[in-house]
Design a protein around this ligand. Structure first.
Ligand code: BV8
Ligand code: ZN
Length: 237
């Protein structure tokens, strides 16, 4: 399963490309890139602090909780997310593959040393790394940056071997994440998309449901339980 910003929209976290999305006010390249950080680290940290503050005051929604339940109902389940908001873990999902990092973590932009999570960053006085003196940055993957090879390789391995691939709440525009459902389909998986609007995936999906993930996913979980008469613990009755 792959999730994108749409899964967190009902929690109040703005998505990137929808009408009221984050990118409408800012351009990704202007903020979520190393070039932006080098040019204007203060502005980039102001933006991330604003997002951190927003995320600190939201909660997982029914879509996140349904996914957490799904993982307990299926023999093998891998959740890959493009999101950096940490809401899947808060909803109880486990062994989550965070493709683009986590906005709650900060690291050294030179040596990658992580800094304690409670380290508040003052954009006007960005701390230096204890190890090498490098500037501290958010521990997320910016545009133009490679993803962690171990993380993206694990995601592709799961996509190649799964029987069913669910793509939920993503515009399927950002690569390499957007290639995962295509690879799954090419390896014979059934591809189901749940998204508010059509995406480049919709035409190739076996089933494309246009709707809110917070409405659709709980229905899927209830249907799965009824169909397999699985108890909430996932054991056959
Ligand atoms: C890479 C972390 C190799 C940061 C993010 C030119 C130069 C450099 C690179 C490129 C280039 N051209 C292409 C690339 C590759 C680039 C890319 O894909 N660009 C796109 C925009 C064309 N990718 C990269 O740079 C990646 N690295 O390729 O390295 C390389 C290196 C150099 C040169 C070439 C290649 C790194 C990409 C990672 C970027 N980091 N986030 C941060 O968050 O601050 S990406 C960011 O977008 C978020 O992680 C987000 O998750 C992700 C994808 O967006 P979505 O999740 O899909 O969100 P979006 O708003 O778009 O869509 C939400 C959907 O939900 C909508 O369709 C909406 O209808 C729906 N929805 C809304 N509400 C609901 C809903 N659905 C259901 N229910 C609802 N309630
Ligand atoms: Zn360092």
């Amino acid at each position: 399963m792959l999730t994108g910003a749409g899964i967190s929209a009902e929690s109040g976290v703005p998505t990137f490309r929808s009408a009221d999305g984050l990118w409408n006010k800012f351009k990704p390249e202007e903020l979520a890139s190393m070039a932006a950080f080098v040019a204007n680290p203060k502005m980039v940290w102001e933006w991330y602090n604003w997002r951190r503050e927003l995320i600190a005051n939201v909660k997982p929604n029914a879509g996140h909780f349904a996914i957490a339940e799904l993982s307990a109902l299926l023999p093998r389940f891998t959740l890959v997310t493009q999101n950096v908001d940490g809401l899947h873990a808060l909803a109880g999902s486990r062994n989550i593959v965070e493709l683009h990092g986590n906005i709650g973590r900060s690291k050294c932009s030179d040596c990658g040393l992580l800094v304690p999570e409670d380290c508040h960053i003052d954009p006007s006085a960005i701390p230096a790394c204890r190890g090498c003196g490098g500037k501290i940055r958010p521990d997320v993957v910016w545009f133009g940056e490679m993803l962690d090879p171990n993380i993206i390789d694990a995601a592709f391995r799961e996509a190649e071997r799964c029987d069913l691939f669910l793509s939920v709440g993503t515009s399927a525009l950002v690569h390499p994440a957007a290639t995962l459902p295509v690879v799954a389909k090419r390896h014979g998986a059934t591809l189901i998309e749940v998204n508010l609007e059509p995406t480049p995936l919709s035409a190739m999906a076996d089933i494309s449901v246009q709707g809110k993930s917070g409405d659709v996913l709980p229905v899927v979980v209830e249907a799965l339980k009824r169909r397999h008469r699985l108890s909430p613990s996932g054991e056959p009755r």
